[in-house]
Design a protein around this ligand. Sequence first.
Ligand code: 5GP
Ligand code: MN
Length: 342
Amino acid sequence: MGEQGSVHPERSKQSVERSFYEWLKGLERAQVLVVSHVRPDGDALGAQTAMAQILKLFHIESVLVNEDAPPRRFDYLPGYRDMRRSVDTPLPGAPYQYVIFVDAADRERIGKALSLLAPEAEIVNIDHHATNDHYGHINLVKPEASSTCEVIYDWIRSTRLPVSVELATCLYTGYITDTGGFRYQNTTPKVLRDAAELVQFGASPYEIAEHALEAISWEKIKLLQKALATLKLFASGKIAFLEVTQSMLEETGTTLDDAEGLVHYGLNIEGVEVAALFREQTDGIKVSLRSRRAVDVSKVAQQFGGGGHVRAAGLTLHMPLDEAKRTMAETLLTVLHHVPLS
Ligand code: 5GP
Ligand code: MN
């Protein structure tokens, strides 16, 4: 990105936080585009809607856009109904000069929404992916954070801005979804303390969990049945593969989003170290990788132009399903061969 207004890496985290605050201070009555990654998840949507609440405090108008529509289960989020798709027209104020990216490791992760940016757009990049490439003018990136919502909440603390019930609800959504209901390895004492604070501010753990994690449609159950029938183990039970094809989606009346989370059925089998879910998309095969202990799947994903976290990452392979499975099998067998497994 251009040098003007960029934050030098040697400056402390505190000054990045300050820069973002000052940037917002200077944008009173302006319009800011808030975008996130394709097929947005709970952390992406929680961070976008949280940002809309925050921008209101600065008298800034927000426009929330993604390439894909937000899943219905997140309709309790304040601001859910105002979310737009990048294909919607007209989008008020496009192209946008001021843009906040949340939960997007690189610029391309927002997909077609990239076309909404003005050529010299000022970009704030708020994220927690280790693979983030610092594409913004201001980069509030913390790989140690459990979620982008945690990065935002830490920033709010540094500003002493008030936390409303609405804001707490948005943030709690990112915490609960990216930690799998406070079960994954990113669940630290701090995460649990933050969550307790957000509940104190009025977020409802029961209601948010019911919507964001528990509720499951009949169609999704039918898809689960079909996907489980494809589950296979190999490498002495250390690798699990399962798949979701276009015809499964058609037969069950589901969308790709309904395949979210299915990879855990592979990972949760005793003895499995790495699980992969293969999803047939129009532009290729989307691979979701999950690792139990030893394997850094973000490195595997990066080899193929994807990214993510040590234990959860993703990539797209532009090849037929069978070839994609062969490619991943070979790669994962090599990786497993080189890591110490106790
Ligand atoms: P999922 O498998 O649930 O789609 O994604 C797991 C994690 O990897 C998420 O943090 C997601 O943002 C990241 N991820 C998934 N696909 C990609 C990709 O194609 N590129 C990058 N950079 N990150 C990805
Ligand atoms: Mn996230």
